[in-house]
Design a protein around this ligand. Structure first.
Ligand SMILES: NC(=O)c1ccc[n+]([C@@H]2O[C@H](COP(=O)([O-])OP(=O)(O)OC[C@H]3O[C@@H](n4cnc5c(N)ncnc54)[C@H](O)[C@@H]3O)[C@@H](O)[C@H]2O)c1
Ligand SMILES: O=C(O)C(=O)C[C@@H](O)[C@H](O)[C@H](O)COP(=O)(O)O
Ligand SMILES: [Zn+2]
Length: 370
């Protein structure tokens, strides 16, 4: 792949780079370029990523003038809460972090969202960088500045928009990612095709074999293509006043499933189930033809993503979907497809429509249900 860097604009003239790398070797150079000589940096990571990659990142920090420390969170969505954030604040206070110092998120979307939220709120906001280590984080969560934590059973209920200074995506780290985590990341990857690019969906299917084998060159190209879609949407509407909501395709019902399963299912798997439901609603509305609807299901299946869920009641899914933070004056703000590659915002769905789609994803199907 020839592209190595992609620039993301923010409001005003601020922009930041996503670096597409094949090792950590250029991390020190990127950190030095921040001109924060003699500053402190805290690498926030998790209990799975620390033994794998903390040494390599610290080796890079030794080549800089940063004074560094690290903080290891317990891994997993169950720990994406305010209690764990307090632990990070305490670490920063004890280590005398001030407003000129910064954080580095080394990990998946959970670490990224939590580190970003800590950076957004500690001392009313300090800088941070993203070093995403899951496919999901490299294609989605490290870009666009959504940070936050779950609150009770509510997904991402407390958070802030806070953009990183840069994103450093080393494709090589994907080789240690468990298979289910890779598949979960594919949930957001296929979503990008569904919402904005039929060509990208076709490209994914054409390269299914190499992607499934996680060939680094093809994975890097895929990550780049996904980042182009995400950054374009985010640049148009950084604070989600309108268009950015399309990135939520599959998430309204997906988040309900995630919550009702007590966060035991992976985010990308729940998004895939939500995509199947949203595609079904698009079919019912006449926005998708039967053939296009089947194309969505086929692509999800091609990457081993689920399209059904078992063990949940339709009523519970409906109630939880309606308690999502995406309600707009009592109407559910839903993302539908008006043709593959073109997501639109819809506020006209009734409870009956939603129940029909939820019934569809709850149908017993031993092979595809999670
Ligand atoms: N901010 C956003 O825009 C945005 C976008 C999408 C998802 N998200 C959030 O991201 C989270 C999901 O992210 P995720 O799927 O990366 O989950 P995650 O951060 O929990 O990582 C998944 C698992 O992989 C492990 N891991 C990470 N990198 C590894 C590596 N290279 N090798 C081996 N193991 C590794 C982690 O320790 C964890 O157990 C959810 O909380 C979701 O809400 C946020
Ligand atoms: O960046 C966005 O905007 C997204 O919606 C990306 C989603 O994949 C991501 O899961 C996001 O965290 C969902 O945001 P939420 O506001 O619905 O919680
Ligand atoms: Zn998501």
């Amino acid at each position: 792949m020839e592209q190595e860097v992609l620039q993301v604009k923010k409001a005003g003239d601020f922009h930041y780079n996503i670096f597409f790398e094949k090792s950590f070797e250029k991390l020190s150079e990127k950190l030095n370029a921040l001109n924060k000589k003699g500053r402190k940096i805290c690498i926030v990571t998790d209990s799975n990523v620390a033994p794998l990659y903390l040494d390599a990142v610290e080796k890079e920090l030794k080549k800089t003038d940063f004074i560094y420390t690290s903080y290891v969170l317990p891994a997993g969505e169950a720990n994406k809460n305010l209690k764990e954030i307090e632990g990070i604040y305490e670490h920063l206070i004890v280590n005398h972090f001030d407003r000129g110092d910064l954080l580095a998120a080394l990990g998946g979307g959970v670490v990224g969202d939590m580190t970003g939220f800590t950076a957004a709120t500690y001392l009313r906001g300090i800088d941070f960088v993203q070093i995403p280590t899951t496919l999901l984080a490299q294609v989605d969560s490290s870009i666009g500045g959504k940070t936050g934590v779950d609150f009770g059973q509510y997904k991402n209920m407390v958070g802030a928009f806070h953009q990183p200074l840069f994103v450093y995506a080393n494709v090589q780290v994907l080789k240690t990612l468990p298979e289910t985590e890779f598949i979960s990341g594919m949930g957001e990857v296929v979503k990008h095709g569904f919402i904005r690019s039929k060509d990208y969906s076709q490209w994914l299917l054409d390269h299914k074999q190499e992607i499934t084998e996680r060939q680094p060159a093809i994975c890097q190209e895929m990550i780049y293509k996904s980042c182009v879609i995400k950054k374009t949407v985010v640049e148009n509407d950084p604070l989600e006043h309108g268009e950015r909501a399309v990135l939520n395709f599959g998430h309204t019902i997906g988040h309900a499933v995630e919550k009702l399963k007590d966060f035991s299912l992976h985010h990308g798997h729940c998004v895939a189930i939500g995509c199947a439901a949203a595609a079904y609603l698009s079919l019912k509305k006449g926005f998708l033809s039967k053939e296009e609807y089947m194309q969505v299901l086929t692509e999800l299946n091609a990457f081993h993503l689920p399209v059904k869920v078992s063990g949940l009641s339709c009523e519970d899914i409906l109630m939880t979907t309606k308690s999502d933070k995406k309600m707009d004056k009592g109407h559910i703000r839903f993302i539908l497809l008006q043709g593959c590659g073109n997501a639109v915002i819809d506020t006209s769905l009734s409870d009956e429509d939603l129940t029909e789609a939820i019934t569809e994803i709850c149908k017993e199907n031993k092979e595809a249900a999670l």
